[in-house]
Design a protein around this ligand. Structure first.
Ligand SMILES: [Cu+2]
Length: 171
């Protein structure tokens, strides 16, 4: 993991600051990750957020299949879970272009979308997102620890603006 002044480049803000402060920072083009490679869970790296935290694969209680398509829609675009549940989202891309599912709060998604607009090649890969190439499937294991209404969105250029956004209600 790239480190800037001792701060893991993990959060959106740290990431943005790193991009702003290090002109020469090596950025991995969005979508270069191998979606077939499962993310390795590391309890030591789990960070609590306002919309929950990376889930433990062994605690998954439910799998939710989500499809992403070139009409800039998620299906379903609305999911409801219970507080505390660890969900595995199995995210399929049935389109011809790269799509991604990024979980967040309404604010964090809007901020992230604005950053992606400014820095389209910004490295961004975290437990709350899955970048999925055409015809492939990725996954996100997430524990919803907070009640409320959250979002998932595709932050590929233009996709969020075209309405590629969904809602998670945590009861
Ligand atoms: Cu998309």
């Amino acid at each position: 993991m790239p480190v800037t002044q001792g701060v893991p480049m993990k959060t959106l803000h740290a990431c943005a600051f790193a991009v702003l402060s290090l002109a020469s920072v090596a950025v991995i083009a969005h979508g270069d990750e191998d979606p077939a490679k499962p993310r390795r869970h590391d309890d030591g790296k789990v960070e609590a957020t306002a919309f929950g935290q990376e889930g433990r694969p062994g605690q998954v209680v439910r799998t939710i299949q989500v499809n992403m398509a070139d009409n800039m829609r998620f299906t379903p675009s609305d999911v409801t879970v219970r507080k505390g549940e660890t969900i595995r989202f199995v995210v399929h891309n049935s389109g011809q272009v790269l799509h991604e599912m990024v979980l967040g709060t309404t604010d964090s998604i809007a901020q992230h979308a604005a950053l992606m607009k400014r820095f389209p090649k910004m490295e961004h890969d975290d437990a709350n997102m899955a970048h999925v190439k055409p015809s492939q499937t990725g996954d996100i294991v997430w524990q919803f620890t907070q009640p409320g209404e959250f979002q998932f969105a595709c932050l590929q250029p233009g996709h969020f603006e075209a309405g590629m956004v969904g809602k998670v209600i945590v009861k």
